[in-house]
Design a protein. Structure first.
Length: 169
């Protein structure tokens, strides 16, 4: 069956961890500055606290983001990711003074992709996928060199952009 991107559905309330991917508008490398990355981390932490989900892993790539999260019962994933993207983009454009004079300001693609991780092995696989993404892309030689992922938190470092939630998987 052929499914249009606009017909993507989120299967909320499945009781599973979720692997989420979303990209910058037209897959442009808008997440290459420390400001953009730090704002993303700031608002990721904000929506995590506001919506009470557990963050298991993340990676910020130049043009997209992957998250592994465990939502509470009743959380609408699309709404929460939309809030994260909206808050981050508004702050970014306000700080950069971009788009003054009525120019269109778009930071993110409209949708996100998510996958229910039905087993602990699937959760571990998605966490490893996040951590290995910068290496696969040739951005760094080893996962620990990429500051903008949860890898270093899992390696025991305390100097990380955002701490993960400890969840038994």
């Amino acid at each position: 069956m052929f499914v249009l991107m606009t017909d993507l559905r989120h299967y909320d309330n499945s009781g599973t961890a979720r692997f989420v991917t979303f990209g910058c508008y037209r897959w442009q490398p808008a997440l290459t500055t420390d400001l953009a990355r730090q704002l993303f981390i700031q608002y990721l932490d904000f929506v995590r606290e506001r919506h009470n989900f557990q963050l298991l892993a993340y990676v910020i790539m130049p043009e997209h983001v992957h998250l592994v999260l465990y939502p509470p019962e009743g959380m609408k994933l699309g709404y929460v990711i939309g809030e994260l993207k909206s808050r981050m983009a508004r702050e970014y454009f306000a700080r950069m003074a971009i788009g003054i004079g009525g120019a269109r300001r778009v930071f993110w693609q409209k949708r996100c992709y998510d996958h229910n991780c039905r087993t602990p092995d699937a959760v571990r696989e998605k966490i490893e996928y996040c951590h290995n993404n910068p290496v696969r892309r040739g951005l760094v030689a080893s996962s620990g060199e990429w500051r903008w992922s949860s890898y270093n938190w899992y390696s025991g470092s305390e100097d990380v952009p955002i701490a993960m939630d400890e969840v038994a998987i």
